[in-house]
Design a protein. Sequence first.
Length: 263
Amino acid sequence: MWNIGFMAWRIGDILELYAQIDWIRNAGFDAIGFHASPGIPNVWQGIDPARTNSSERHYLRQKLSAFTSCEIHAPFDLIVKTGNLDTIIERLSTIIEFAEDLEVSIITVHGELPSSSSDEFETWQTHLDKLDKLAREAGVKIGLELMQNFEYLNIPHRDNIGITLDVGHTYLNNGQGYRPYGTIGGLVRSLKETLVHVHLHDYDGINDHIEPGTGIIDFSDLILGLSAINYKGFICLELNPDHVSPERIQHSLEWIKQAIKVS
């Protein structure tokens, strides 16, 4: 029903990004994600748009063409929040241009909502309008990865900015992200068309980014919620290579396909 992707980071001992891309495709994934950041030497690797010349971009675009969909994850320190929004938009514009050049459809960026009763909320919304315009002109969608209060992003609705739902993170802090909506499926149903992307991993109460089916997340309810809203994006597995081996990554792909099939 949905294409399943995998987020390049490090796969077992595989570190070099292009080798990861090949592994992900050969493992049977239809889609892919990677980080717009050089990463940490010998720990994980992405790619820095500012240091990628035209020939490297051409090569990367060719590699990504093997997938039906692709996501770029903005650097972790780039958070859409009040305080320095002009600088944030400027940095994001570079990543948006990079995504357009590579024909990537989704950019995920972390976000923090201001208080809805403060003047900062109006400023935050004004900058979202600017960001929406940049994304629309580039033909990409931006998924803000929030932890809670997701409905505030829909005031008003914007065609090119929505939610990247990190399912595992909604279970942190005793389910602080999803419990106001009843269940994880209830959260998904509340998001409706605002949901543009999904990051998938399990959480066991201690560790997140672990293999699906080994923790406490209600994947059946999640899948039913996605079906109920006719979700049209893809699902990207985000698994920690320190906890999930390459063999278990491949098992996770088959596990989630089966879970979708029976739900």
